[in-house]
Design a binder for this molecule. Structure first.
Ligand SMILES: C[S@@+](CC[C@H](N)C(=O)[O-])C[C@H]1O[C@@H](n2cnc3c(N)ncnc32)[C@H](O)[C@@H]1O
Length: 377
């Protein structure tokens, strides 16, 4: 529990715990894990991502690319303008989801003002934000850019530009399946009430249930250890494909830690990737304190890419963050690039973003393009 936990926090956590408990009782003793995760993170007003903007960043529970400093947003802004110019567009929409406290938007818009004022009135910044609470935080931070930012519930139809999110997809509820080697079948992890609080349960997968299964050859199933855990996020896949359908032309960009489907089946990773974070530390029991810690899992990039392709996007390019950012950085070294000087501060931030032991290797960037409507001004 946070060292700085207050009575207000305790009351909030009690409300989230109470909601989860009620649902479990109403459901007859167990709820699917994705529902537990949804309540823990997004219970209106009380969930982990609902109650304070300060959860992310230096004083919060974990760092993101955005909390490292402004250079992340500046490099993205430079890249997005390069794409728009190469496509021959004279206007573009940048649609960000998972904007949290609006910091990335603010970094990108401030860079345009400073370095590319010729695009100032030609970039429409759209924040996809279903939560009124978070919209409030974002409006506060983006006050200096009022009039240039709009808010929507979902990616609007007909977007021409870039739809993107930093650590968006890893914040969607996940499905967790376990392998029962004796019965040669997958089961679904659920959450029930044990003697000590919330506890894992096993839910049978009824034939025809709308729960995705990994596609594995029989020879692999023969050697898969009992209790092996596989994860994916149908909610994130739905979000990506809905956004892909809404995009009229341009790019979708997801920056997240994640794996390909094959990498989920690496020996040594038998317990899945779900984890909890609080105060920059791993939390062992992810069920212990719904609403009090961040819950997150690696994105299954293979399934996300496939969902995008079914929605009309092209094949994805998946690179480590260090490669993605280094390629952009290389081109910004040219003074004619308009990026601005590589000051010491920028260089230090860049090193953190690309160092393999910091964020450079664990984060990956998936880009999928929809090549429609280019050169139509
Ligand atoms: C891990 S945080 C990342 C925040 C920020 N992008 C950063 O990098 O600092 C994930 C954010 O995604 C938001 N989120 C989750 N589902 C969303 C959805 N369907 N639409 C928009 N935002 C969502 C969460 O509320 C949270 O603010």
């Amino acid at each position: 529990m946070d060292t700085g936990t207050t009575a207000v926090d305790l009351a909030r956590l009690a409300r989230v715990g109470g909601l989860v408990r009620e649902e479990i009782v109403r459901a007859g003793g167990t709820i699917p894990f994705p529902r537990f995760m949804e309540l823990a993170l997004y219970a209106p007003g009380d969930g982990y991502y609902e109650h304070s903007p300060a959860r992310v960043g230096r004083g919060g529970d974990f760092y993101t690319n955005v909390s490292v400093g402004s250079v992340f947003g500046e490099l993205l802004a430079w890249q997005f303008l390069e794409w728009a110019e190469a496509a021959g567009w004279d206007r573009v929409q940048w649609v960000e989801a998972g904007a949290h406290d609006g910091r990335l938007a603010s970094d990108m818009l401030a860079w345009i003002d400073a370095r590319r004022p010729d695009w100032r009135d030609r970039v429409e910044y759209v924040v996809v934000e279903p939560s009124e609470t978070r919209r409030g935080w974002q409006r506060g931070r983006l006050e200096p850019h009022a009039g240039r930012v709009t808010w929507v519930d979902r990616v609007p139809e007909g977007v021409r530009g870039v739809v993107f999110g930093n650590e968006l997809l890893d914040a969607f509820p996940i499905e967790r399946l376990g392998w029962d080697a004796g019965a040669r079948t997958w089961f679904r992890f659920g959450v029930g009430i044990g003697s000590d609080g919330f506890a894992w349960t096993r839910m049978a997968l009824s034939p025809g249930a709308a729960v995705p299964l990994p596609e594995l050859p029989a020879v692999l199933l023969d050697v898969l250890p009992d209790g092996f855990v596989w994860e994916c996020s149908p909610a994130a896949e739905r979000w990506w494909s809905d956004a892909g359908r809404a995009l009229a032309g341009g790019w979708m960009v997801a920056i997240d830690y994640g794996l390909t489907e094959t990498e989920f089946f690496t020996p040594g990773r038998t317990r899945g990737t779900l984890r909890g974070y609080g105060n920059h530390r791993f939390v062992d029991d992810v069920l212990a304190e719904p609403g009090g810690v961040d819950l997150t899992a690696h994105v299954n990039f293979t399934r996300i890419e496939r969902a995008g392709m079914a929605a009309g996007l092209g094949e994805g390019s998946l690179t480590e963050q260090r490669q993605f950012l280094t390629r952009i950085m290389g081109r910004t070294l040219d003074p004619a690039s308009g990026f601005g000087a590589w000051t010491q501060a920028r260089t230090r931030q860049f090193q953190t973003l690309t160092h393999p032991q910091h964020l450079g290797r664990s984060f990956r960037v998936l880009v999928q393009e929809k090549r429609v409507g280019y050169h139509a001004k």
